[in-house]
Design a protein around this ligand. Sequence first.
Ligand SMILES: Nc1ncnc2c1ncn2[C@@H]1O[C@H](COP(=O)(O)OP(=O)(O)OP(=O)(O)O)[C@@H](O)[C@H]1O
Ligand SMILES: [Mg+2]
Length: 454
Amino acid sequence: MDMKNRRKLDDMTPREIVASLDEYVIGQEDAKKMIAVAIRNRVRRKALPDEIKNEVTPKNIIMIGPTGVGKTEIARRIARLASAPFIKVEATKYTEVGYVGRDVESMVRDLMASSLNLVKEELYKTRESEVDHKVEERLLDLLLPEVEREKNGQVSEDVIQTREKFRDMLRRGVFDDKEIEIEAKPQMRISGVGVFPASDGQMEDLNNMISDLGSVFGKGRGQKKKVTIKRAREIIKEEELDKLTNNDNVVEEARKRTEEMGIIFIDEIDKICSKGSHNNQDVSREGVQRDILPIVEGTKVSTKWGVIDTTNILFIAAGAFSMSKPSDLIPELQGRFPLRVELKDLTADDFYRILQEPSNAMVKQYKALLSTEGVTLEFTDEALRRISAIAEEANKRTDNIGARRLHTVMERLLEDISFNADLKRGETVLVTEEFVDERLGGIIVDQDLTRYIL
Ligand SMILES: Nc1ncnc2c1ncn2[C@@H]1O[C@H](COP(=O)(O)OP(=O)(O)OP(=O)(O)O)[C@@H](O)[C@H]1O
Ligand SMILES: [Mg+2]
């Protein structure tokens, strides 16, 4: 993540938010703008005097658009930008068999967990060297247990020197794969400080259960296990971070952020539409809508970190709505998503840009992949134009699957080059318009072939 992405979402103007989304998502300006404004409005709200502040609630958004045009991608990128707590859930997961006992409120708990990770990460950044030093000392204690024993008595010059030698080796990663025994606390908390933590609420529930069990059988009783130094470093760091952040201020800050700045992205919302006929599946879908409703309207959800008020959490929903319309949602829920934005079908011109512009563009990826085997891959401009036109054509002739079509087209195009890369070491392979036509021209004119191959 570069510095620009690390900038606080709070400080970013809508224009800047759109600009950073532009790095990954081509077009879809309306959707980007709407989301940017919604995010900005929450920062504005925070600055209001209390009387007015409490009157301003977020305007939730539904993004509507065909498959593969960037709905989920926008969410993913917002998450990366977000110094605001953010989680993405699939509405469908609440309709799944086995849903029993898993309530939709878990999305709020997951959001809080994400917020907590964020706050912890920020805290860690300000205390990084302190934590790292403690971790190093503990690793050295593990590697040189005899020092521990000698602690009360005199520590000889030798021991100190050995320790410093080990410290140096440790830093150089010499011991990374060495196995040692450590005492792990019986709490298996969600590790890592990513922005998509515990996207699966089940994990959190499980953790709760485990720590509950832990308290039954006596908390804090360590369990010895053998791990590599590399892993031990992570575990110990996690422990030290917990020590550092195990106080109410951190939880309080995380709770405040969840309530004031939290964003929940509900993907595939169209899949929980029911269409009047009341078969079992529709009942369960409508049930999910009814379960979600209070959370979107504003309710208090209790979590192990205290009660979270959801009134000011921003909800962004997305769906293709190919088989249904937003008006197939229960009216109460529709009313809670006043902002609608449509994402547009992608054209050949969009594909041409999507192929090369985004920071993770497909052309860049293929070049990088082949360069690992010493093959330089180049495309002429005409070739890229031709690929884009073929993708558009294939979308028209069969199903419109948006930018996902580019993946199948590119795979097919580069199949042979990929397969024979080892024979082309040191060479430059230039993909020309003729090459594209040769590989794909025959397929695109035959509708059946297109259907099966592209
Ligand atoms: N506008 C775009 N700019 C850049 N890449 C895009 C764009 N639209 C789609 N893509 C690429 O296409 C793939 C699918 O996009 P995405 O997951 O956003 O689809 P979606 O709109 O959520 O579709 P679905 O309704 O099927 O969930 C992603 O790999 C994404 O990178
Ligand atoms: Mg999607």
